[in-house]
Design a protein around this ligand. Structure first.
Ligand SMILES: C[S@@+](CC[C@H](N)C(=O)[O-])C[C@H]1O[C@@H](n2cnc3c(N)ncnc32)[C@H](O)[C@@H]1O
Length: 347
């Protein structure tokens, strides 16, 4: 059988291969690896989005937990900047991102609501504590709180005392862990041995959420977890006139983000899921900051890299925001913590 003459394309390829330098070979191999990784990640994101759209609802269960667990793990992988750019500039990914983030936000809310109810229904504090420890993202919240505290301490010599947390959700773990760390730090720093002396100076956190159901279940859950707070009650979800409740140092307010007067707070946190688009975030932040006092700190949760597929990225250095906020520090985690943190000071 006669040998078939090579095509022009093949001849060119052979010629190129014969004269190709080792650097070009390495570059080609890197490009191939990058493209393969970008294709794999893009496929995971697009497939998960398609499956999420098919689900009748987003209540937690084995299937949705594993789907979202895999998605979060893929988006938290660390890749080269080129790979990340390749994924994020993929037209199919760009077209589904708003819908994917919306689905993830809904699923996160459902997951929190489910766990808040499970913990709130425990028979006593001990059972509630043991249930809380089973929450699959318990460690992530602990680590995110440590990240936020470190970011704050990197720009200020003391931790906040009067804190507001906007978008606290049904499961206000951030506030609970924050309060605990802030108080422990203050206790150590003051060197105070007298409990009464220390307890008059403890920090307080006001949890703000526009969802009445979130405020109801979070306040009930917290009252179950805190010893000696049985007299504090959660708010009645049907009582439209009653908007606030308190459980010791954790207070709860059912209100829209930018409505509350925030003048008394030295630090205000903004959850990642308050506002979805860049424009929405900017408008909302402008209104929140207008309610704060000059000199107070504003901590905003944002995201970086592939994690922007899950949570919107916040830009505080825009023309509208820069005159109102001085950016002090930005921290991007490279571990399992999904959110990045921006610490800014109100001008
Ligand atoms: C699901 S939680 C999750 C908190 C999460 N760990 C984070 O950092 O975003 C987000 C909460 O933000 C609340 N929320 C969203 N937009 C809001 C707004 N404009 N004003 C007040 N609460 C808001 C939702 O009701 C929801 O309970």
């Amino acid at each position: 059988m006669s040998k078939k003459a090579p095509s022009w394309a093949n001849r060119l390829l052979c010629l190129r291969n014969r004269f190709m330098s080792p650097e070009i070979e390495t570059q080609d191999a890197e490009h191939e690896t990058r493209t393969r990784a970008a294709r794999r990640i893009s496929k995971t994101i697009i497939d998960t989005h398609r499956q999420l759209l098919l689900l009748p609802d987003l209540t937690p269960g084995e299937l949705i937990n594993s789907m979202l667990g895999d998605l979060v793990a893929s988006c938290c992988e660390v890749h080269t900047t080129c790979t990340v750019t390749e994924v994020l500039s993929n037209a199919d990914i760009r077209s589904i991102l708003p819908s994917l983030r919306q689905k993830c936000a809904e699923a996160e809310y459902q997951l929190e609501a489910h766990w808040a109810e499970y913990i709130g229904n425990a028979k006593d504090r001990f059972e509630a504590e043991s249930r809380l420890k089973q929450f699959p993202y318990h460690q992530n919240y602990t680590d995110l709180t440590r990240l936020e505290i470190s970011a704050l301490l990197s720009v200020a010599d003391s931790l906040p005392r009067r804190i507001a947390f906007i978008g606290s959700g049904p499961l206000p773990l951030s506030s609970m862990f924050m309060l605990d760390l802030v108080n422990r730090w203050q206790h150590l720093r003051s060197g105070s041995k007298r409990h009464d002396e220390f307890s008059t100076n403890t920090a307080t956190i006001l949890n703000i959420d526009h969802s009445r159901a979130a405020i109801t279940s979070s306040s009930l859950m917290v009252s179950k977890l805190r010893n000696g707070r049985e007299t504090d009650s959660g708010i009645d979800v049907n009582d439209q006139d009653l908007d606030t409740t308190s459980c010791g140092d954790l207070k709860f307010l059912c209100q829209e983000a930018a409505v509350s007067d925030l003048a008394d707070f030295d630090t205000v946190f903004l959850a990642a899921l308050v506002g979805q688009t860049k424009r929405e975030k900017e408008q909302l932040i402008l209104r929140v900051v207008s309610k704060m006092t000059s000199g107070s700190m504003f901590v905003v949760r944002t995201s970086w890299g592939l994690r922007t597929c899950l949570y919107p990225e916040v830009d505080l250095a825009t023309e509208a925001l820069a005159p109102r906020l001085k950016i002090c520090s930005v921290v991007h985690p490279y571990n399992d913590v999904v959110n990045s943190v921006i610490v800014a000071q109100v001008r």
